[in-house]
Structure formats: structure tokens, C-alpha cells
Design a protein around this ligand. Structure first.
Ligand code: ADP
Ligand code: MG
Length: 647
């Protein structure tokens, strides 16, 4: 090889940053670098097997598909070799000189969280490599945690005249690619890690064996360490259920997901009709952020008769079941299927339908038989599962599995389902009433819930913005409608008796006083002007003096706020102010009004009532104005009270 064949290139900026973190900031669990190298080797073998199964002929077709690991203590060299698909010079540069798609961006965005500046502190205190590397798919580079220099010698299995090249880097600023020497493999890739002094442990055979057993036991190809085979686990999903121990299920889950925690549950399917397939699905015991970082991090690994076709296939499972991890192996899927035609494949659609049915049955069984476990499931995965309201054919089943906090429960942690709600409801109720609020306290203090409390009618508490969409999307469950308490018509609860007598409720007003009260309402409207549509007597209040109501009753306050945020509209909504005629505050105002309709105190109080109602709806637009009005009110009250106390 001549000097001019050698090409040296700079790493891209983001690669340099990632490498810097990997080499300087991560310490715990550095052993996972081996898992990454082995999984790359296994991927390369999978890719080769896939193309062979489509009829292509590789170089050295008789070479076994295997991964060989060897140790050279003198050279402090650890080698991982595979007989897989290999890489040509261009691919070496492309695959090992840049970082694939989303992973690196997320990684860099999270840099400060995972590896705070000054990551040179005591090694024990540095962040755990296992989480970070697994999560961000920066597998190959993780070898630089333990190696001061890496060499990747590769000969592609197909095409290109099959010239071998070697990629070399010290993991700092640059890498070089040049034609390989005599030590190049006949086919596939040899990865050489020249270990740092502080990583000598990875030159010990027993240490490597235990790392492989822990992290790579289920690799579908033989792993040989200095000539003898280390892994021996079968493709678990094809084994008969009765022969599999829980520990095996758990171990497979861990190698599949890199999750350190055992799964909450495993679901093993063996289906013969209408399609023949095996699947092994897991419910993780930890949650993912499918609305953020983990947006694309879901799907089921698709195999056809043990050959890996695609990782994280998203046609096999709907998004609302994205928390299920696992594999599906189809008997009748043609191996030569392309990624594009996969999507339209009828077989996959059928498998998807069966997986959904089985997954729902499993959740139903858990909800019935192991309620504690089900609640744990709900807390971890409920957020995404709710989106199942889109699944029209399975809507009833999804609905029955939803869980809510509600006014009938003792605390904010407890949860209930729609069936239980129906069982508790009094004769004649045909509506699921709900209220949106940021938390339980806010839900209880929402004036719209007062009448429900007085009548002993249960109200479901919705704490997440998406919940209202879920309710609207569902519309009905077993002929019962979902409705927000805010939209309850005046007579909605008239059929139900009061459960508790209201304390300190004033006596009804005489006909004469009714007229005065109506005039007070007119005066209040005059004071508030365009800020309200109308001021009227409320039928829905028990404890609170006032509440804002949407004139058309079409939209709840929380929904309206959400839309305003989306449209960047910061105007205040113009609503109807309803007042509680029996409330002492309103009775007091009536007396002031009768004495002097223009009394300034009346103006302050009316505005105060309105401000408080607006606050309850979650609007604070002009805090300064609000505070100054409140202060005037307090000043008036203070001087009056001092008078009364004769202070
Ligand atoms: P990932 O495996 O998530 O794609 P890695 O950093 O582990 O990310 O590897 C980057 C890429 O380098 C792989 O996608 C693959 O294309 C290539 N690669 C790494 N190791 C091998 C190997 N042993 N054989 C063939 N290609 C490899
Ligand atoms: Mg990898």
C-alpha cells in the first residue's frame, strides 16, 4: 500500500463532541461497548443472511455465519470479527465517520443532562454509559470508552471487486481509510480495539464471558471466545411456552431492550390461523417519552422464519400500543420482500390485528385478575394507551381499560374505570360527567362541580390536556355519553336528590327582592361592560359566589384555553357571569345596591368577583391591575372592619 492511497478526514463536529463525552465522562457500565460491537457484528450477519435468502451470492459462500472474539494480552488488543456483510471504503467513512440520524442530535441536546460540564470528577460519580449508549444509538463509538485506538478492517460480501479497507482512528479529531494489508478477512469485518491501560480488565477471558452472558446471550449467531462458544440460547419465541422459565423471558427482554429492569409482563403468542406466526411481546416496567425523545423508538422486530427482516417495524402494532417491546416471526412472509412493499403487506395487517386483540385480552385479564399490576401498567403506559380511542373497531374494549381519578375516590392516587363508575351511579344516570383540571384540588374547587357534589354524582377528574380529546373522541361508552360538567344544562341533575343540606344557605328572596336582585344584575353588567356577555342567576352553584359559563356551552374552559394557546391568542374569553343568589356575598351586595346603586364598593366587589372567576378558569392577563383592585378592596374592608371592631 502506498502513502497516497491513505485518506485522512476530520470527524464532523457532532461526532467529536460525542466522542469527547464518551471518552471523558462515562464510567459506570463501560462494559456495554462489547455488547455494541457484538450487536453490530450480528446486524452485519443478519444483513448478509437476508440477502443470501433473496438469492444473492456472497463472497466465500461456505464461511460460517459467526462472531469470533479474541484477546492478545501483549498487544493489549481485543478483536471482534464477523463474517457478515462487510463495508467498502465509502461505507467505512460514511458509517463510522458520522452519526446516524436522530440519535446524535438528541444526544447532543441532552448533553448537559447526561454529562454535566467538568465531567473529569471522580470516575465513580460519572454517568452510566449503559443508559446513554443504548438510548442514543451511538454504539460503535462507545468502544472509545475503553480503547485508545480502533482499527476496522472490512471486506464487503457483495460487489465492488471485494477490496478490503482499514479504518483507523484514535477517537480524537480524525480518522483515516486505506487499503488493508494481508491481515484482512476473507469476508466481513474485524474490529480491533487497542485498550487503554485502565481497561485491562477486558483482556481477561472470564470477564468477557460474563459480559457476553449478561448482554449478548440471545444473539442469533454463535459467539466464539478464543475458539469456544459462549452463547447458546435458542430463539426464545419459537420454543414451546411451557419449557420457558421466567428468567429466560426476562433475560431475553433485557438483551432486546437494554432495559436494566425486568419487564412487568411477557406475552407469548403462537398463532396458526388465519396467519401463522410466533410473537414474544413485553410490557416494560418503565415508561418512555413517546411524545418527545422516544418518538420513533417503538415497533416490533420482524422476522421471517428466524431471519431478521426489520427492526422496530411499525406496521405490526398500532401507535397506542407502542410501549410493547418484542419480536414477531412470520411463517409465510416472503423473504425477498422490500421495505416498501412491507407496508402494504396483507399478512402484516392480519398479524397486527391479532396482536391488538391478544394485547387487549391480556390487559383485560390483568385488570380483572391482578388489579395492582394493572394500575402499575396504567401509571407507566396509560398516557399513550389512551390514544386507543382512535381504534374504532376496538373502541369499547379500549374504553373499558381506561382509568381515571374521580370525586368518588379517597385520594389523588386512586384510579377507577368506567364500569365501576356506572356501578356506583344512581338509578337514572346515563352520563359520564367529567371535569378538566391540573390537579385534584383544582378539580374539587371548580365551581361547576359543586352541584354534582351536593347531589352525590361522581365526576371523573381529567388531569392531562389530551384527556378531553379522548372523551370527545369516544363520545359514548355502552350508550352512556361523556359530558363536561361545565356543559351540564340547568336541569341536568334535577332528577337526583340533594345528598347534603347546604349550610348557611340564605332563605329564598321574596318577589319584591327578586326584582331588586335583577336590577343588581343589570348594574353588575353595566360595571363589567364588554368583559361579559351577560350576568345572570346560577342554578349550578352551591358554595361559590360566581362562575364563568360559555354562552353556547360548546367548549370547556380548558379546551378553549388550549386552542387559544395554539392560536397564540391572548385575549380573554367573553362569557356569561353566573352568580349564586343565595351566597352571603351577593346578599351583602344586594343591600349595598339598595342603599346606593352607584356605591364604589359595589364596583370593586363586582370586578373582584369577575377576577376570581377568571382566575378559576386559568386566565391571568393583567396581574398588576388585578392586584391593585384587590388592594383597594382590602383597604376599604380594613377601614370598615376597624370601625366595627372600634379599634
Ligand atoms: P447502529 O448500529 O445503531 O447503526 P453503530 O454506531 O453501532 O450504530 O454503527 C454504525 C454503523 O456502522 C452501522 O449502522 C453499520 O452500518 C456500520 N457497522 C458497524 N459495525 C459493523 C460491522 N461489524 N459490519 C458491518 N457494518 C458495521
Ligand atoms: Mg450498533
Amino acid at each position: 500500500m502506498t502513502r497516497k492511497d491513505r485518506q485522512t478526514r476530520e470527524f464532523r463536529a457532532e461526532v467529536r463532541k460525542v466522542l469527547n463525552i464518551l471518552t471523558h465522562s462515562l464510567y459506570a457500565n463501560r462494559e456495554i461497548f462489547l455488547r455494541e460491537l457484538i450487536s453490530n457484528a450480528s446486524d452485519a450477519l443478519d444483513k448478509l443472511r437476508f440477502r443470501v435468502s433473496r438469492g444473492e451470492k456472497p463472497l466465500a459462500p461456505d464461511m460460517p455465519l459467526e462472531i469470533r472474539i479474541s484477546i492478545d494480552k501483549d498487544k493489549k488488543l481485543l478483536t471482534v470479527a464477523d463474517t457478515g456483510i462487510g463495508m467498502n471504503a465509502e461505507e467505512l467513512g460514511e458509517n463510522l465517520g458520522t452519526i446516524a440520524k436522530s440519535g446524535s442530535e438528541e444526544f447532543l441536546a441532552q448533553l448537559d443532562n447526561v454529562a454535566p460540564a467538568g465531567g473529569d470528577g471522580p470516575e465513580e460519580n460519572r454517568p452510566d454509559a449503559a443508559n446513554i449508549v443504548g438510548r442514543f444509538g451511538i454504539g460503535f463509538y462507545s468502544a472509545f470508552m475503553v480503547a485508545e485506538k480502533m482499527e476496522v478492517i472490512s471486506r464487503p460480501a457483495f460487489g465492488d471487486g471485494a477490496v478490503a479497507h482499514v479504518w483507523t482512528s484514535d477517537g480524537l479529531g480524525s480518522y483515516s481509510i486505506e487499503p488493508a494489508g494481508d491481515d484482512a478477512p476473507e469476508r466481513g469485518t474485524v474490529v480491533k480495539a487497542y485498550l487503554k491501560d485502565n481497561s485491562a480488565e477486558f483482556l481477561e477471558k472470564f470477564r468477557l464471558e460474563s459480559v457476553i452472558r449478561n448482554h449478548s446471550a440471545f444473539m442469533p449467531f454463535p459467539i466464539l471466545l478464543d475458539g469456544s462458544r459462549v452463547n447458546s440460547e435458542p430463539a426464545l419465541w419459537l420454543e414451546p411456552k411451557f419449557s420457558i422459565k421466567r428468567e429466560q423471558y426476562d433475560a431475553f427482554y433485557k438483551t432486546l431492550t437494554y432495559d436494566a429492569k425486568a419487564p412487568l409482563d411477557a406475552l407469548h403468542l403462537s398463532v396458526d390461523a388465519p396467519v401463522q406466526f410466533n410473537a414474544l411481546l413485553y410490557l416494560p416496567d418503565s415508561s418512555q417519552d413517546f411524545f418527545g425523545m422516544d418518538r420513533d423508538f417503538w415497533g416490533i422486530d420482524l422476522y421471517a422464519r428466524r431471519v431478521l427482516i426489520q427492526r422496530r417495524n411499525k406496521d405490526l402494532i398500532p401507535e397506542y400500543l407502542a410501549f410493547f417491546k418484542g419480536v414477531a416471526d412470520a411463517e409465510d412472509l416472503p423473504l425477498n420482500i422490500s421495505r416498501e412493499t412491507l407496508q402494504e403487506n396483507v399478512l402484516l395487517r392480519k398479524i397486527n390485528q391479532i396482536i391488538v386483540k391478544q394485547a387487549l385480552s391480556h390487559l383485560e385479564k390483568t385488570a380483572g385478575g391482578e388489579p395492582e399490576k394493572y394500575l402499575r401498567f396504567w401509571r407507566l403506559h396509560g398516557k399513550i394507551f389512551k390514544l386507543g380511542y382512535h381504534d374504532f373497531p376496538n373502541r369499547e374494549r379500549v374504553s373499558a381499560l381506561l382509568r381515571f381519578n374521580s370525586s368518588a375516590l379517597d385520594d389523588g392516587e386512586a384510579l377507577t374505570g368506567l364500569e365501576d363508575y356506572m356501578a356506583r351511579a344512581p338509578e337514572g344516570q346515563k352520563t359520564f360527567w367529567y371535569v378538566s383540571a391540573p390537579n385534584r384540588e383544582a378539580a374539587r374547587l371548580n365551581p361547576h362541580t359543586e352541584r354534582f357534589r351536593a347531589k352525590g354524582i361522581e365526576v371523573l377528574y381529567l388531569y392531562e390536556p389530551v384527556d378531553e380529546f379522548v372523551m370527545e373522541g369516544l363520545g359514548k361508552y355502552r350508550e352512556w355519553e361523556f359530558k363536561p360538567v361545565e356543559n351540564a344544562p340547568d336541569d341536568a341533575l334535577s332528577a337526583f336528590e340533594d345528598k347534603k343540606a347546604m349550610q348557611g344557605k340564605s332563605a329564598p328572596l321574596s318577589e319584591e327582592e327578586q326584582k331588586n336582585f335583577a336590577a343588581l344584575l343589570d348594574r353588575m353588567k353595566e360595571i363589567l361592560g364588554d368583559k361579559v356577555k351577560e350576568v345572570r342567576v346560577s342554578q349550578r352553584l352551591e358554595d361559590s359566589p360566581s362562575v364563568l359559563v360559555s354562552p353556547d356551552g360548546a367548549m370547556t374552559a380548558s379546551m378553549e384555553k388550549l386552542l387559544k394557546v395554539m392560536h397564540k391568542d391572548d385575549s380573554l374569553p367573553v362569557k356569561v357571569l353566573e352568580v349564586n343568589q343565595a351566597h352571603p356575598l351577593l346578599r351583602g351586595m344586594l343591600r349595598i345596591f339598595k342603599a346606593d346603586a352607584r356605591d364604589n364598593m359595589l364596583t370593586l366587589m363586582t370586578q373582584g368577583l369577575f377576577d376570581a372567576s377568571l382566575l378559576l378558569d386559568g386566565f391571568i392577563k393583567e396581574p398588576q391591575v388585578l392586584a391593585s383592585r384587590l388592594n383597594s378592596l382590602l383597604a376599604e374592608t380594613a377601614s370598615l372592619y376597624a370601625e366595627v371592631r372600634k379599634a
